[in-house]
Design a protein around this ligand. Structure first.
Ligand code: BDR
Ligand code: CA
Length: 323
């Protein structure tokens, strides 16, 4: 039976690629895609989710949730690598729906509908997940598993010297989620940064003649531009796609149980993830953290899963351009 999954995303090019792959993965049933502010505003994130779904047009659309800004607002200094619209400025038309349910409500409904069977892949700030936990206190015990892409263990952050972007955007929410007992996994920057895509990846992914190939190519080309212009880097990182591989192929990662929390007040360290790694720790283990990754195998899996997605999408609904 395919695994039920909710993608909670702030698209973001890496979020978008993860959703494309997930929608056509035969081992997954994407029951909902919920949007959250982060890379872009909540309204833009909701629009981008609709762009992804309308470009991919799966036979059965998942439910869509609309996020709203965190209680303390989003940081004004966002990540600029994906451009102001989050999808690299590539123009995509979409008829935006205004009647979407709040993301946290969609999350609660889907978990209640299939107790202990739903995985959430959290690819953005943890605003929606924390709200869902607060709205329905039984929810954490009904959730199958939560996979969080974010945080750092030993390395630097990517938005401040100390903090990773997703956690930094809503540290209060991240703390709530970290402190809530449930089965959770963290895929931190220390691991996601190790999977780098260089330009030659464009020779290995599905062709433009497929809907997946066409969409992903546009996005990745924009990501290469953004990384070069904003960071001076020739290689890109697609953190959220690595998170998806951790869900579908956990055997490619080493997980270590840790005791983690989030800094919510630090002047220099706001949004930093802190782990009690003393020889005699005082905190209890609350999260399994990916500490090692089989880099080559993850990269191969990303390429393989893109081809599978492209083939399945074509079989379900062939792509034709301008005919
Ligand atoms: C995370 O930050 C966002 O920009 C990406 O989409 C990813 O979820 C990595 O720090
Ligand atoms: Ca993201």
């Amino acid at each position: 039976m395919p695994k039920k999954v909710i993608f909670d995303v702030d698209p973001g090019i890496d979020d978008a690629v993860a959703v494309c792959i997930g929608l056509f993965n035969p081992d997954l049933e994407v029951v909902a895609v919920t949007s959250v502010g982060g890379n872009v505003s909540p309204a833009q994130a909701a629009r981008n989710v609709q762009v992804i779904l309308s470009q991919m047009d799966p036979p059965r659309w998942p439910r869509i949730g609309a996020g709203t800004a965190p209680e303390h607002g989003l940081p004004t200094e966002g990540r600029r690598i994906f451009g102001p619209d989050g999808l690299g400025g590539v123009p995509f038309d979409v008829a935006v729906r205004r009647d979407l349910r709040p993301s946290e409500k969609v999350i609660c409904d889907e978990i209640r509908a299939a107790p202990e069977a739903v995985t959430i892949l959290a690819c953005g700030p943890l605003t929606n997940i924390a709200r869902a936990f607060l709205r329905d206190p039984e929810l954490p015990s009904l959730l199958g598993q939560l996979i969080i892409v974010g945080g750092t263990v030993s390395g630097p952050g990517n938005i401040t010297p100390a903090a990773e972007f997703n956690i930094y955007c809503d540290p209060q929410a991240a703390r709530t989620v970290f402190r809530t007992p449930c089965t959770k996994f963290l895929i931190p920057l220390d691991v996601t940064n190790q999977i780098e895509l260089t330009l030659d990846v464009l020779t290995r992914i599905p062709e433009e003649t497929t809907r997946v190939g066409r969409f992903v190519r546009k996005l990745l080309q924009a990501a290469f531009r953004g990384y070069r212009q904003e960071l001076g880097l020739e290689a890109i990182r697609i953190h959220d796609v690595v998170g998806l591989v951790a869900l579908t192929h956990p055997e490619l990662f080493t997980f270590v149980e840790m005791a983690g929390d989030v800094e919510t007040m630090g002047e220099l360290t706001l949004g930093a993830t802190v782990f009690d790694r003393r020889r005699v720790p005082a905190w209890r283990h609350n999260i399994a953290v990916a500490t090692k990754v089989n880099k080559e195998a993850v990269l191969e899996e990303i390429i393989r899963s893109l081809h599978t997605a492209a083939e399945i999408a074509e079989r379900q609904n062939p792509y034709c351009d301008g005919i």
